[in-house]
Design a protein around this ligand. Structure first.
Ligand code: GLU
Length: 480
């Protein structure tokens, strides 16, 4: 069992390609087969080495390890040309001298007659004399593969079941090599090279997006003509946006590196992509690792319908992963993000309480449960590292009746040294009694003074942490 991912390095690793990679990887791991890569870099203008690097890096980050050195498609052009020569020799392919202008005129005519655009096979059966005449005119030729209109193409798709295509739906004889002088073979094209490479790599299962279904019909004809055994095909559903359209660049974030930069973890993204089109078996739940999914993955549970991208679910999964990290690991992951803000680093002042790992781990225990993105750990930590600005609602709270007297009473009782949870509770009670306010008033006012906001994590824990860094006293007195 051998599968492959065949990305074109004409852009960064797209979420659709990554999801195809996930399904290939899961299937290979489940079946004990090989997961291979082929870089389809034959589009010389658009292919870039930095995109190849981005794709490999993204796959590695997601944990989709591959089993052999990636095959570089452009290095195999001699094999592609040899296959085209074989098709010419066997009469399955021929040279077509139709010029671009003639083909355009043909398509315009078809449009005017409200017919579907197709090549009318006009040069399929040229006599040697006709060919010579075109060559004498100095015309170049593409190479076309004959597609019999009466051909019936069938396969059993692992996702979509029995499939049937008619040769007449494939747009006429297909170009397999670009225009070139008639004594040469021009650049080989996608359908031909994919078949030649998949056959050479002994790929047993081709798993790819359903936008390739019509290509599969054409490729099956090529396998037959080349005398090669066709693989099994599985066409996975498209990823759709909120409007139910195919997810595209216009939808904003679509590349794996962008998700990564936004603070999504590899584990959550891989988990989420597995759910884009695959339903886990009963009882498994939606939160799992790739290895757990690989233990049960099969195509029976891959849906035919497009999979709508659901940010809420991705965020939820990412939160689940972050919550499972534990405060020490979370701190390690947040340190570089904090350092970028100039917080908590040794250079900041190594003996400040905020630079103390123990203090930071406590901060992570406090904010960890409410994170859904790693980057949230910057925003939520901000009021612990820097004095926050007073928000409107917090200012209103501090201006309300009893707020300032209660805080003043608390400040009077605030110890210089350590403060423990029980003692803090007692102080709050005493301050309430002294100022004649209800407990709610002092709690809300203290939160407003400490965080500049009425929202935030557990108040008592927040206060104790800020007390340890010495930040509570100035923040409270500043509000009086
Ligand atoms: N390079 C093609 C793509 O990126 C590969 C399609 C296939 O898997 O055959 O769409």
């Amino acid at each position: 069992m051998r599968v492959r991912l065949a990305p074109s390095p004409t852009g960064t690793l797209h979420i659709g390609t990554a999801r195809t990679a996930v399904f290939n990887w899961l299937f290979a791991r489940r079946q004990g087969g090989a997961f291979l890569l082929r870089i389809e870099d034959t589009d010389k203008e658009r292919s870039k080495p930095e995109y190849t690097a981005n794709i490999l890096d993204g796959l590695q980050w997601l944990g989709l390890n591959w089993d052999a050195e990636p095959v570089i498609q452009s290095a195999r052009i001699a094999e592609h040309r040899a296959a085209i020569q074989q098709l010419l020799d066997s009469g399955h392919a021929y040279r077509c001298f139709a010029s671009e202008a003639e083909l355009t005129a043909m398509r315009e005519q078809q449009a005017a007659e409200k017919k579907a655009p197709r090549y009318d096979n006009r040069h399929r059966d040229l006599t040697p004399e006709q060919q010579q005449a075109f060559i004498a005119e100095g015309r170049q030729a593409t190479i076309r593969f004959r597609i019999d209109d009466n051909a019936s193409i069938t396969w059993t798709d692992l996702v979509r079941g029995p499939m049937r295509w008619s040769g007449s739906d494939l747009g006429g004889d297909m170009v397999i090599a670009r225009r070139a002088p008639a004594d040469q073979i021009g650049d080989p094209l996608y359908n031909l090279v994919v078949v030649v490479d998949d056959a050479a790599m002994a790929i047993s299962h081709v798993i790819r997006g359903e936008d390739h279904i019509a290509n599969t019909a054409k490729q099956l004809l090529l396998y037959e003509a080349l005398g090669a055994e066709a693989p099994v095909f599985a066409h996975t559903p498209l990823i759709l946006n909120q409007e139910g359209k195919k997810l595209s660049k216009r939808d904003g974030v679509t590349s794996v590196s962008e998700f990564r930069a936004m603070g999504y973890t590899a584990e959550a993204l891989a988990n989420y992509m597995t759910l884009l089109g695959w339903s886990p078996p009963e009882g498994m739940g939606e939160r799992f690792t790739l290895a757990e999914a690989a233990a049960v993955f099969d195509f029976e549970r891959v849906n035919r319908a497009g999979a709508r991208f659901d940010w809420d679910k991705l965020n939820w999964l990412n939160g689940q992963v972050l919550h499972g990290l534990g405060p020490e690991t979370l701190r390690e992951q947040l340190l570089p993000l904090w350092a970028a803000e100039g917080w908590g680093s040794a250079s900041n002042s190594s003996n400040s309480p905020e630079a103390n790992p123990g203090w930071q781990i406590e901060l992570c225990s406090l904010i960890g449960p409410s994170l859904s993105l790693l980057a949230d750990g910057v925003e939520q930590a901000r009021p612990f590292f820097t004095t926050p600005e007073l928000q409107e609602a917090a200012a209103a709270q501090l201006a309300s009746e009893g707020a300032r007297p209660a805080l003043a009473a608390l400040l009077e009782r605030l110890p210089e040294g350590a403060l423990e949870a029980d003692q803090a509770q007692v102080l709050l009670g005493e301050a309430c009694a002294a100022a004649g306010v209800k407990k709610g008033v002092i709690m809300k006012s203290l939160r407003a003074a400490l965080l500049g906001s009425l929202q935030g994590p557990d108040l008592l824990a927040t206060w104790l942490l800020l007390h340890r860094s010495g930040a509570d006293r100035p923040r409270i007195s500043c509000c009086l």
